[in-house]
Structure formats: C-alpha cells, structure tokens
Design a protein around this ligand. Structure first.
Ligand code: AMP
Ligand code: ZN
Length: 471
C-alpha cells in the first residue's frame, strides 16, 4: 500500500519511500526535562507513536529514536531553586516522563538518548564543522556560521536576508562577538554553578540544536527517513539541525519532516512558559489515559490546531466507551463457542468489516488521518451491534472482535476486555514472587509486581507477610 505523508520540506504530500526497503528510521525531538510534561507535550508523543504503529502494522521495522534534553538553562534554574544538582532534576523528570508515556501507551523508543551522555560525539561534530569552515570559536563560544550553509532557510522557507534585518535590532547580550548576528551557538562556556564538560574550547556545555544532529546520526545514521516534532520546532531548531547535519555529513539529513499542530486552550497555545497548561498527571486524575489519547487522535488532524475542552474530553470518553462496550459484547458471545451456520446477512457483515478495515487503512495512509480512521471503527461498531447476534457462530464473532481490537491497537488504544484475576491466581503469583526474591531474581520479582499492578492489585509487605488489595 502506498503511503502519503505531508513533508514540511516540500510543503506537500509525498509518497513515502524508505531509504532501506521495509525499514523506517525515525527521530522525534523529545522534551526538556525540568517539569512534568503537559498535555501539549503529549501530542507529538501520541501522534508520532501512532505513525510508528501504523508503519509496523504495515510490516515495516521502525527504528524510533527520541531524545531527552537533560542539560538546559531551565533545568539549571530549577536545580538552583531547589538547591539540588541539575542531574537530580533531569533524572527525576525523565522517570516521570517515562511513567506518563507508559500510561499513554507510547511504545518504548528503540533508544531514548540523553544529551549529557553524548558529549564526546558532540565535540567531534563541532570540531568537524570548524575544520570545514562552517563554525568558529570566539572566547570559549563556538558559533555556526549560518551564511556558510547555502541552503539555510529551506525548511522554514525563510529568506536569510529578511532574517538578518530582523536580527540587527535584537542583539543577544553577550553574543556581540559573533561574526554575524545570524550565527547560532554550538558550544557555550561554563558559568558559575553550571554543569560543564571539558572541550578543546574550554569548559562548557553544548547548545540545544547540536544535540539532535548528533544523536540522530549516532543512532540512525547520517541519513534518516523521518524527523518529527511540534511545529514550533521548524524554526530555528530544525532549520539549524539541517544546517549542522548537512554541513558536517555532506548529504541530505532527513527525507521527510513531519510537524504536529499545537494543542491549544481557549485558542491559545498551551505552554509551560505561559502557565496555561494541564499536566498529563492532572488530566489523568479526571480521565483514564486512553481517553486523552483517543481525544488527541479523534479531535483533529495532527497538523491542525486542537483545542482542549471538557466537552471534547467527554465526547472522547463516551465514544471510546461505545467501542469498548461493543467489543465486550462480542467477547461475551465468542465465549459461548456457538457452532452455527453463517447466514447470508452475516457473510455480508464480514465483507463489510473487511471493507471498513480497508477504509481505515486508506485514511491512515493518507497522511495519518486518524479522525477518519476512527470513523471507520465507529462504522464497524454499528455494523456488529446490529449484525451479530447472541447465537452467531463464534468464528465470525471472534473475527469481528479481533479486527476492531487490532485497529484500535494501531491507534495505541487497548479495547480488549480485561478479565478480572481470580484470588487463587493472584496468590500463586505472589508466592512465585516471594520465591524469586529469595533466589535474588529481582527482575522476575519486579515483573510480577508489575503484572499485578497492571490488573489493579497492590502489594503491601507487612509483618504477617505480603498482603494484597484491589486498587
Ligand atoms: P519542549 O519540552 O518545549 O521542547 O517540547 C517538547 C515537544 O512538545 C516539542 O516537540 C514541542 O513542539 C511539543 N509541544 C510543546 N507544546 C506543545 C503544544 N501546546 N501543542 C503541541 N505540541 C507541543
Ligand atoms: Zn531536536
């Protein structure tokens, strides 16, 4: 099946052609970790995880890399406010982001590199850029010589001379030694109380843009298929990434650039700096995480703005419930294991379900139109609610159920009914966990605790042994 995706670089939909047959190399700019993520940050996570899942469903192997920016002014500021190290702040919020991502059913990335663990590679890319004349050092700061990269502006469609005119009026304090106001920082010297690394240009830390160029190259190679992020990253972040990578490697960096629109609140961008945000955790107290995910995918096309509101969340909640109820009914019927003749009308249901799956696929293959794909699922629900009866043959029922579950899985939403665990099953697992602990097999012990937690079973160590409760 041919897939079309909108490429910010060419401003049109293009047929997806991978660099390597059957494989996708994909890099998604990740969060700066100084706080809990808000639901705006969750939008690119959900959108691009769904893109990944659709590629996988179509048989591609996806190498998915998404970084954590764990050295940054905001992290340092927060560390100073709390009187702890920057590392303590970044580690704390990386853990929190990973938990939120798990809740949102974001598949673990192939790799989540951290900027602070890739400094050596950054030093070598910066040195390479200096050698080639694309960068220069002044008093411990290394700058990228923007004008030396002839294609600068090709992603954001900005004309370099217009940029220059804008910049002349806004001089950044302390950067007046630049050759050209357009030049941007690759390495900056250490200030008091800041984390630093040694470099040929003195102690300091990397600029933000160089991180992604380096991590993408290290984990995916010099050329990748898809580079993605929120639309605010087009300029300057992605424009600068292109300049650095293409200048250093001498080849096109990413073939397709994908950008999600903003999540707004009262038609204004939700952002940490404006303070008009809800964290994923805030919303998680009010709604199940899958409702938030369903809202993001059903509310608008990923490139369009999406306005967050209670009404839309309620609509997402009841829509998702409708799908779950239909699947649960199919599950109940299937368990009866009826052997019956499949009627002509039921054969028709089967044919139509297949056609709706094709419709789902076609919507997704048209630049990931998840809203249309979801309407195909709703049509399936309508069809089975009417066309499948309590006495229908179980193979038919199973098939219908599997189809809906599969498509919802492509969207990253599990609608498979969860069976309550029996007390005896729980007790058996607890016993196995105790044994694993005794044998110092802590990995298995943790695994079992997680399995139980997933089923809503909470364990408590007491003097009388392990007690459990249903959460
Ligand atoms: P940041 O931590 O600000 O660098 O953001 C991490 C990711 O979230 C980037 O891809 C941003 O573009 C994206 N992002 C931030 N705010 C929003 C928003 N309100 N709506 C959609 N995406 C956002
Ligand atoms: Zn980036």
């Amino acid at each position: 099946m041919e897939m079309q995706l909108y490429n910010t670089l060419t401003r049109k939909k293009e047929v997806f052609k991978p660099i390597e047959e059957g494989k996708v190399r994909m890099y998604v700019c990740g969060p700066t970790v100084y706080n809990y993520i808000h639901i705006g940050n969750a939008r690119p996570m959900i959108v691009f995880d769904t893109v990944r899942r659709f590629f996988e469903y179509k048989g591609y192997e996806v190498n998915y890399v998404s970084n954590f920016t764990d050295v940054d002014d905001k992290i340092i500021k927060k560390a100073n406010e709390e009187g702890v190290s920057a590392k303590e702040i970044s580690e704390r919020y990386i853990q929190a982001v990973l938990e939120d991502m798990q809740g949102l059913n974001i598949k673990p990335a192939t790799k989540n590199p951290k900027a602070t663990e890739e400094i050596d590679e950054m030093l070598s890319m910066i040195s390479n850029l200096i050698e080639k004349g694309y960068a220069y050092e002044k008093n411990g700061t290394v700058y990228f010589r923007t004008r030396s990269f002839k294609e600068y502006g090709k992603l954001s469609k900005k004309n370099i001379d217009d940029l220059e005119a804008g910049h002349r009026t806004i001089q950044v304090v302390g950067e007046d030694e630049k050759e050209d106001p357009l030049d941007f920082v690759l390495w900056k010297p250490k200030k008091d109380g800041e984390p630093f690394w040694e470099s040929p240009w003195g102690n300091g830390r990397p600029g933000w843009h160089i991180e992604c160029s380096v991590m993408s190259k290290k984990y995916l190679g010099e050329q990748i298929d898809i580079h993605a992020g929120g639309e605010d990253l087009i300029f300057p972040h992605h424009e600068n990434e292109i300049a650095q990578s293409e200048a250093a490697n001498g080849k096109e960096f990413a073939h397709y650039w994908m950008h999600n629109g903003f999540l707004n609140i009262n038609n204004e961008k939700m952002s940490k700096s404006k303070g008009n945000f809800f964290t994923v955790r805030d919303i998680g107290k009010q709604y199940a995480y899958d409702v938030l995910r369903f809202f993001m995918l059903s509310g608008a096309h990923y490139r369009m703005p999406l306005n967050f509101s209670q009404d839309l969340m309620e609509a997402a909640k009841s829509g998702l419930e409708r799908i779950k109820v239909a699947v649960e009914r199919l599950d109940d019927i299937a368990q009866k294991k009826n052997n019956a003749t499949i009627t002509e009308a039921e054969k028709q249901v089967e044919t139509e379900l297949k056609a709706l799956q094709d419709k789902f696929d076609a919507s997704m293959a048209d630049d990931f139109n998840t809203a249309d794909a979801i309407s195909a699922v709703f049509e399936m629900v309508k069809l089975v609610n009417v066309g499948i009866r309590e006495t229908s043959d179980y193979t038919l029922v199973e098939d219908a159920k599997k189809r809906i579950v599969l498509l919802m899985d492509v969207l990253g939403i599990s609608v498979e009914p969860v069976k309550e665990m029996l007390d005896t099953e729980i007790e058996q697992l607890i016993e196995e966990r105790q044994l694993a602990r005794k044998n110092k097999d802590f990995q298995r012990a943790d695994e079992i605790r997680d399995i139980l937690l997933d089923k809503g079973i909470v364990l408590k160590d007491t003097r009388e042994g392990v007690k459990w409760t249903r959460a």
